[in-house]
Design a protein. Sequence first.
Length: 233
Amino acid sequence: MNAPVSDMQAAAVARNAPGRFVTFEGGEGAGKSTQMRRLASRLEEAGVRVVATREPGGSPRAEVLRRALLSGKAAGLGAFGEAVLFGAARIDHIDTLIRPALAGGAWVICDRFADSTRAYQGAAGKAKPELIAALERVVVGPMKPDLTILLDLDPEAGLARARARAGGDAADRFEGEQLAFHTALRTAFLDIARQEPGRVRVVDAARAEHEIADEIWALTRAAFPAELKRGEQ
Ligand code: Z5A
């Protein structure tokens, strides 16, 4: 069920910036990067200025933290310690790229954001939920996404896609976790969607790329009807 436009725009109003903030979430290999590229092209064709970015990373300092986190060097800190580092990277990403881009009227499309901390470090990593929630309030504040596309896929299928793409390269810190971890992630993301139906849209990612892209475009247009009038066909 689509949320009322007023719900969808609540985050944007709280930020008081003209741009819109869209995030992609889901497990490994769900197709986030692929679908982000497709949505960015469609938005640009509709006359929208797009800044595509990712987490962890997206700014020079955050990319340094990305390397440490994905190499597994920070794993000894425990799930909440890692969450703090993801949070530090996110603060820099917000301050140097996301907030200025939104203030300038661009749409920011981000591959993963704070829902990944809730799912990976919180639900699957078992950091205390109240600590993860407190960290999110401090780090994200009013910079909540306007719309989150959750690409939902069976974890075995996602891991197989990620492995095929890697062509035998070693798994990173999180790809190396057991299937039970990835199954817990899927449940955690779906729980977030149930808790925040006004922001999060669940998309079945087991279909052909173009079918998924068409659904994401329809959802985006429904979420931002006034902004995407020019994209109507
Ligand atoms: N992490 C965290 O723990 N806490 C946090 O707060 C944040 C992140 C922000 C970042 O990894 C890691 O950091 C991530 C969570 C953790 N865990 N891991 N590992 P990353 O950025 O390197 O990778 P990722 O975010 O997990 O994404 P990915 O594995 O690169 O997958 P993807 O972007 O979702 O999929 P893709 O690259 O678009 O597609 C994967 C392959 O499938 C590729 O060959 C495509 O051509 C193919 N594909 C795509 N769509 C389809 C369809 N529809 N059918 C068939 N094949 C397809």
